[in-house]
Ligand binder design. Sequence first.
Ligand SMILES: *[C@@H]1O[C@H](CO)[C@@H](O)[C@H](O)[C@H]1NC(C)=O
Ligand SMILES: *[C@@H]1O[C@H](CO)[C@@H](O)[C@H](O)[C@H]1NC(C)=O
Ligand SMILES: *[C@@H]1O[C@H](CO)[C@@H](O)[C@H](O)[C@H]1NC(C)=O
Ligand SMILES: *[C@@H]1O[C@H](CO)[C@@H](O)[C@H](O)[C@H]1NC(C)=O
Ligand SMILES: *[C@@H]1O[C@H](CO)[C@@H](O)[C@H](O)[C@H]1NC(C)=O
Length: 348
Amino acid sequence: MRLVIVVLSALLPLSLCDGRDPFSWLFSRHSQGNYYGSLQADAPAGWCPEVCDCPPTFPVAMYCDGRGLTAMPEVPSHVKYLYLQNNAITAVPESTLVNATNLVWLMMHHNQLTSEGIGAKVFLKLERLERLYLQHNNLSSIPSNLPRSLRDLRVNHNRIEKVTPADMEGMDNLTILCLHDNAVTDMSMSLKALKSLTLLDVHGNKLTKVPEGLPEHLHQLYLDFNSIDSVPEGFLGQFTQLQYVRMSHNQLTDKGIPANTFNVTGLVELDLSFNKLERIPIVSNTLQHLYLQANQIKEFTLGSFCSFMNVTSFSKLLTLRLDGNEIAREDIPTESSQCLRMASTIEI
Ligand SMILES: *[C@@H]1O[C@H](CO)[C@@H](O)[C@H](O)[C@H]1NC(C)=O
Ligand SMILES: *[C@@H]1O[C@H](CO)[C@@H](O)[C@H](O)[C@H]1NC(C)=O
Ligand SMILES: *[C@@H]1O[C@H](CO)[C@@H](O)[C@H](O)[C@H]1NC(C)=O
Ligand SMILES: *[C@@H]1O[C@H](CO)[C@@H](O)[C@H](O)[C@H]1NC(C)=O
Ligand SMILES: *[C@@H]1O[C@H](CO)[C@@H](O)[C@H](O)[C@H]1NC(C)=O
């Protein structure tokens, strides 16, 4: 076997929080005018606000997206999927959603909502609500009294500074929480009880340490672009299903990383790029993708990947990025090809 050194930009898979919404095809406008709106207005089965479209073929959906709305339309009670994104709505007063108790999806991303503009109990009665999209607004806190039925809560790109245990109380079904690109400094123990949470994205905040009490069923943990300089002892040992960890663009130093922190089986991808590491941390030989570019690493320590080598014991690494450090290709010992025998991309 031979060590293949190629210079290829390995593409990190996008987080679900950043990616195109899998249901975006549903957002496409069914008509440009008010054709369905006026049609529905005459129909005995129910009405539709003039400004929105309620397609007769999909009567439980109401499309009001991208219409320059500055206020909430009235929402008839039969609506389950409500599209209000890309408007200029500033407030959701207490009375507006009183009849909308069947809502399952409420899409209000890319508006101008402020926390002051959202009625304290406006979401409370939406006992069937599963998706609430409030990203790209002007919220300073997570709305209070959110329904416990939520599965997918997106509040990224706001100006939230704090997440409290009360914000997340009882959300046993919450699976996805997108909190990235806010100004969060403090999460106290707010997420501990979220027993279904699998994706937590808090990248691009102002965290100086790893939040305490992270829920144990996480699959994906994104803490990149914060100011974290250390991780707690046994930090990854508490998770049973964690596969993707991103901590790039923080202030991590060797001193802040207890030995064997990242030597945990189950991890598939670990991104520690753009930190201040001087050594390659010890990783499990089951890890597949390791990103360490743009640190201050001075030595290629093969023992970080393989504590011993033989026919059956070797590293499963496929991608290793070490470019932007203080090592050169010559620093890679020749035995590396035995240990890193699966690696198809090694960037120095
Ligand atoms: C809610 O429904 C009641 C009864 O149909 C109606 O009078 C009221 O205007 C509705 N309110 C809103 C905000 O849609
Ligand atoms: C956000 O809200 C604050 C206060 O609630 C306001 O002063 C500011 O202009 C708002 N920003 C935008 C972009 O709407
Ligand atoms: C959580 O999901 C389960 C299974 O789909 C459902 O039975 C339960 O009512 C949900 N919990 C809440 C609080 O909605
Ligand atoms: C990493 O963990 C494995 C399994 O717990 C252990 O056998 C191995 O010695 C550890 N590696 C190092 C370098 O400590
Ligand atoms: C390889 O090393 C491991 C750990 O020391 C050992 O359990 C295994 O038997 C060794 N396999 C061979 C083929 O030497």
